[in-house]
Design a protein around this ligand. Structure first.
Ligand code: PGA
Length: 245
């Protein structure tokens, strides 16, 4: 299968399209399982889902979520933990039960890491697997924090963050020296197990890595290229992100 390409006139149009698909899934299926992403890209998607909740009675009471990743070593009160990001941008504004929200922990002790990661995989399996996975793409081609060299069958694990990824995060942390060096991420294999995947990329800065992921041969140097072999992978792009295709 090849990736299905959706080029939208703007990011607003793109997120409305993805939000509509998610709303349809949630309305048609009890206990829909969503895989969620952080970063700048999905923020307008979460805003649109919050609007659907407020204005069109879209309820998340039966929804279960698993986030892709989390920084390691941050205090739970740190504003840049993905737990805090997700609550601030999404979970605090909808009716999802706290027990249905899953993220890896930013505070897991070294000796508990492997068990924590295996438990995350088990929790996804126990929920029935991910129905709909949202992805962004990093400038390294990462999906989740699967940096270049991540195997196609990798599972949830501790990873070292690429320097480009840390530089991209530096403004939010007030300097590179404050950006964590490690994270826990779902693996490429975990992500590829989702039944449907929508990767969103907006802006000219993503054009070259989007071209590589879509058009170049599949390689572990660009984790997003693994999506070329997924039975239901979709790229939702604005015109600028599609400009190198
Ligand atoms: P961004 O990050 O949405 O902030 O561009 C995407 C990613 O790193 O996956």
């Amino acid at each position: 299968m090849s990736i299905q390409l959706h080029i939208h006139s703007s990011r607003e149009v793109a997120v409305r399209c993805v939000a509509r698909e998610i709303a349809t899934l949630i309305r048609n299926q009890a206990h829909a399982v969503l895989g969620l992403a952080t970063g700048a890209t999905p923020i307008p998607l979460y805003q649109e889902l919050v609007r659907l909740h407020r204005e069109e009675n879209l309820s998340f009471r039966q929804v279960i979520t698993f986030n892709l990743d989390e920084y390691l070593g941050l205090e739970s009160t740190h504003p840049e933990t993905y737990w805090n990001f997700m609550h601030r941008n999404f979970f605090d504004h909808i009716d999802i039960p706290a027990a249905s929200i899953h993220l890896p922990s930013s505070r897991v002790a070294a000796g508990d890491l492997v068990a924590h990661c295996i438990a995350y995989e088990e929790a996804i399996r126990a929920a029935g697997g991910i129905d709909y996975q949202i992805l962004g793409i990093g400038r390294t081609g990462h999906i989740g924090f699967n940096e270049p060299g991540s195997p196609i069958d990798s599972i949830t694990r501790r990873v070292h963050l690429d320097e480009i990824t840390r530089q991209d995060a530096a403004p939010a942390f007030g300097g590179l020296e404050h950006v964590p060096t490690h994270a826990i991420t779902m693996g490429c294999g975990t992500i590829l197990s989702a039944r449907k995947i929508s990767l969103m990329a907006f802006g000219e800065g993503k054009a070259e890595i989007v071209r590589k992921a879509l058009r170049d041969p599949v390689t572990d140097q660009v984790s997003a290229s693994f999506l070329q072999d997924h039975p239901s992978a979709h790229f939702h792009l604005d015109l600028a992100a599609a400009s190198a295709l």
